[in-house]
Design a protein. Structure first.
Length: 266
């Protein structure tokens, strides 16, 4: 059985997942470099595959979602060079099984569509997906499985960078969950503001979205690298760090019949 490589190219990190059948057997997370060349991608992909004890020949197909346009062409070229595969890219026209009710559906980021598809498939409807990434995004799916829209906020890292850049007397601190809201030092106060501020914003927006949806039960699923830090919130019913990778696998399977044989390995 060959491997399906799922690639999620985000603004800060690129996450890779290797699926063998239905199982996610390995993952990797690397920094996104906006000017990385196709040759550099090939070297990186080769190292990551081999570091997990697999070979390039085992990769039989690739599915990718990217929110970094400058990396779209280099990544496609790298997949062709490394695996002999033209990747399936999440873009307008792909079969999602979901109506996108944005005024302009093409504006919705690929990662947000992938997350919404995965949440519906794995957790049911209606639901809200909260992705703690470079931006903190909220994606709202109706009971009928339609993508209604959402909210985009600065992510914790972006907020922290803005604070430390503009406040000369504040030093950088680690982003973590403080035991107390009231800090006893400047560092503790900053950590409290960053963590509890993000959590209060998240819980407040979820409550407002629930009220606007006007339905009795809405499941909230959190994902993204920082999601585990907020798992204790009563507003979050599930935390799934691999939601985007699982969504890419779902979309790959839904579009497999439309894939020309020349685009992938037999």
């Amino acid at each position: 059985m060959g491997l399906l490589l799922a690639l999620d190219v985000g603004n800060t990190n690129t996450v890779l997942g290797f699926f063998e059948g239905t199982d996610l057997v390995a993952t990797a997370r690397v920094s996104t470099v906006r000017d990385r060349t196709a040759d550099e991608h090939v070297l990186l992909l080769r190292q990551l595959v081999q570091a997990r004890g697999r070979s390039l020949e085992e990769v039989v197909d690739v599915v990718a979602a990217s929110v970094v346009p400058s990396q779209d062409f280099p990544l496609r070229a790298a997949c062709r060079d490394a695996f002999g595969i033209d990747p399936l890219v999440v873009a307008p026209g792909i079969r999602t099984g979901m109506r996108i009710l944005y005024d302009n559906p093409a504006e919705v980021g690929a990662d947000r569509i992938v997350n919404a598809v995965a949440a519906v498939e794995l957790y049911g409807t209606p639901c809200i997906v909260v992705d703690f990434g470079t931006a903190t995004t909220f994606d709202v799916i109706s009971a009928a499985g339609d993508y209604l829209g959402g909210v985009i906020c600065p992510g914790p890292g972006v907020s922290a960078d803005a604070l430390f850049t503009r406040a000369a007397r504040l030093s950088r601190v680690d982003f973590l969950r403080p035991e107390r809201v009231i800090g006893k030092t400047t560092a503790q106060s900053v950590q409290s503001g960053l963590y509890w501020g993000v959590l209060a914003q998240t819980e407040g927006l979820i409550q407002r979205i629930r009220a606007e949806m006007a339905v009795p039960e809405v499941k909230v699923v959190a994902t993204g690298g920082l999601a585990p830090l907020f798992a204790s919130s009563p507003e979050l019913q599930a935390v799934d760090a691999d939601l985007t990778l699982k969504g890419l696998k779902i979309l790959h399977d839904r579009n497999a019949a439309d894939r020309p044989a020349a685009a992938r390995r037999a």
